[in-house]
Design a protein around this ligand. Structure first.
Ligand code: PA5
Length: 446
């Protein structure tokens, strides 16, 4: 089985012909990606990444993960954006939702830092680590990002104070550029085990490099299955695959047609709370890739049915500028049957004996029909189950579609110049050496 795509419920807004007419454009964009002659072509390393990961690389990652797994009750993955979201997405989707309460643990608890600058967050994290055996995976491609650098500085000191400098070195792994950046310099000086993030793989496309694979392996998840899923999708979305069979090309074409028809917001919806961070990962992938040159679909995400009780009204009857992409799960992992109740005070005995998933599926179908009736076209992506293989497929499907879609839109999907603006202001406000002129200018504005 494989993940699948159903676009029937967009056809009230854009026609089959409109979509099919995109074939040549989509195929040209795929050719541009594969020939490497389009915008941002120095960041195409993700394209053949799954099929080029070697057994040795995976073994090295697994061995390093095993060292951390043996030594540590808690491993803190330090990173932000593309150096964080892919791991969080996989681990949350595949681990027990109440993992932190499990008494019999097979895996260390994975915590995160460097994805914010919240002082209380860092205080509480350092407090909770006080009586724990912990290790750190410090992830930064540039090696200079403020949020993770700040968190790492604090955690490194805590670890060295707790176990001594020599032991700390065995519990710290750095994942960064092969030669550039402060983290590379630090790792070389301290002698940490390191992994390289390839130059030609941007942050938001890096989940299948050690950036994602090491912490995911630490969490006890099969990185081989994850990669195998991505390899299969790399083949299924290859240049030789006809347009209508190429899920990534069709998704890219459909969302661009919807965008042209005035649908400028895409909400990625799930009906399983474990998939929340898949939505966060996807938002970064599409938001950073397409939101530029005053263009781009705004990517939002909702957890359903939860958010039907908060965002449902807007989706159903607000400004008609949205379309919805649902990630649907064919079979959940576990069964829970609804019990009969003699008193039936809640009136739910008509559901007795049914699985909770039957109710969830009808909520999903009912929502789809209601939203389509309300003018919200619906794309459905179905995963046969939630496992590492299908998530690997899903990741690559979205990455490939993002590259195609960005080129169809006419932007460079592989840069993110806008991310620098807040950093410049923050450094100016903090009087960072070298920012004297900017400091003066920004203070004059206050
Ligand atoms: O997509 C991107 O490039 C960014 O979101 C980065 O992933 C993020 O800023 C983290 O960068 P770095 O890994 O260099 O610390």
């Amino acid at each position: 089985k494989n993940i699948s795509l159903n676009i029937d419920k967009v056809l009230g807004t854009v026609s089959k012909k409109q979509i099919l007419d995109q074939e040549t454009k989509a195929n040209n964009c795929i050719a541009t990606l594969h020939n490497g002659d389009g915008k941002g072509n120095d960041f195409l390393g993700w394209l053949h990444l799954p099929s080029s990961i070697t057994d040795e690389e995976l073994t090295d990652i697994e061995n390093t993960a095993n060292i951390l797994r043996e030594k540590c009750e808690v491993v803190v993955a330090v990173g932000i954006g593309g150096s964080y979201l892919g791991t969080k997405a996989v681990v949350d989707a595949l681990n027990n939702s109440f993992d932190f309460l499990l008494k019999e643990r097979k895996n260390p608890i994975l915590l995160y830092a460097g994805q914010n600058i919240g002082e209380d967050y860092l205080y509480e994290l350092t407090e909770i680590l006080k009586d724990k055996q912990f290790g750190i995976i410090n992830i930064s491609k540039s090696g200079t990002t403020t949020e993770p650098a700040l968190a790492f500085r604090i955690l490194k000191k805590q670890l060295e104070d707790a176990v001594g400098k020599e032991e700390a070195k065995t519990r710290i792994v750095a994942i960064t550029d092969k030669s550039k950046g402060a983290l590379r310099t630090l790792a070389t000086k301290e002698g940490y085990k390191t992994f390289i993030i390839p130059d030609n793989v941007g942050g938001r496309f890096s989940v299948l490099t050690p950036v994602g694979l090491l912490p995911i392996a630490v969490a006890g998840i099969s990185i081989r299955e994850l990669v195998a899923g991505a390899v299969s999708m790399e083949k299924k979305t290859g240049i030789e695959v006809p347009f209508e069979e190429n899920l990534s090309a069709v998704y890219a074409a459909v969302r661009n047609e919807l965008y042209k028809s005035g649908k400028s917001i895409e909400i990625l919806a799930n009906f399983h709370p474990k998939l929340h961070y898949i939505g966060e990962w996807w938002k970064q992938l599409y938001g950073e890739s397409e939101g530029k040159d005053n263009k781009g679909i705004f990517p939002a995400a909702v957890d359903l049915t939860t958010d039907l009780h908060s965002m449902g009204q807007w989706i159903q009857e607000g400004e008609r500028t949205i379309f919805e992409t649902v990630i649907s799960i064919e079979s959940p992992d576990h069964r829970v049957e609804i019990p009969a109740d003699d008193a039936d005070l809640d009136g739910l005995n008509f559901l007795a004996g049914k699985r909770v998933d039957e109710v969830n599926k009808m909520a999903e179908l009912g929502t789809q029909l209601a939203h389509v009736d309300g003018g919200v076209p619906n794309i459905k992506i179905t995963l046969p189950a939630v496992n590492a293989y299908y998530i690997g497929q899903l990741f690559y499907f979205f990455e490939k579609a993002c590259g195609i879609s960005g080129y169809m839109l006419g932007v460079n999907p592989f840069d993110q110049p806008g991310v620098e603006a807040y950093k410049k202001n923050m450094f100016a406000l903090l009087n960072k050496p070298g920012y004297e002129k900017e400091s003066e200018a920004i203070k004059a504005k206050l």
